[in-house]
Design a protein around this ligand. Structure first.
Ligand code: ZN
Length: 142
């Protein structure tokens, strides 16, 4: 399983209930099926990454293209009304993302972002494997 406590699991289920094709869930299922084990929403790690690989000290974020303003992506175009409100709000999101990135780096975490629009790309498993390394680290016995 995913190393969740009962509370974490029910919080997780509550969040995804009725939306089980959410990009986060698609990626979690994929990563799980590839043989990796991870934690979700681990406290004490900046930015509350979607997937946390404690032993590898790596995290994966699944970012919504709009909320995190995926550069050059058509899903990231800003609303035409209430422009002042939206540009301020989205700029704050980006600032937070940059801050999280710096904090993670300072703490020695490596991170990867998978954008919502990339979730269905064929090469996503390869990219994840390239980032994480082999699924199971077998101890070397002599
Ligand atoms: Zn995008």
């Amino acid at each position: 399983m995913d190393n969740l406590t009962k509370e974490q699991r029910s919080a997780c289920m509550a969040r995804i209930r009725g939306n089980d094709t959410s990009p986060e869930l698609v990626i979690r299922r994929l990563v799980h099926s590839m043989g990796y084990r991870y934690r979700v929403s681990t406290r004490g790690i900046p930015g509350r990454p979607d997937l946390v690989f404690l032993r590898r000290k790596k995290v994966i974020f699944v970012h919504g293209c709009f909320w995190h303003q995926h550069e050059g992506c058509n899903r990231a175009s800003q609303p035409k009304s209430n422009t002042g409100y939206w540009s301020l709000k989205l700029e704050r999101n980006l600032e937070r993302d940059r801050k999280v990135q710096l904090e993670l780096e300072a703490l020695g975490w490596q991170s990867m972002v998978i954008w919502e629009c990339e979730v269905k790309y064929e090469d996503r498993a390869d990219r994840i494997r390239a980032f994480l390394g082999q699924p199971k680290e077998r101890p070397i016995r002599i």
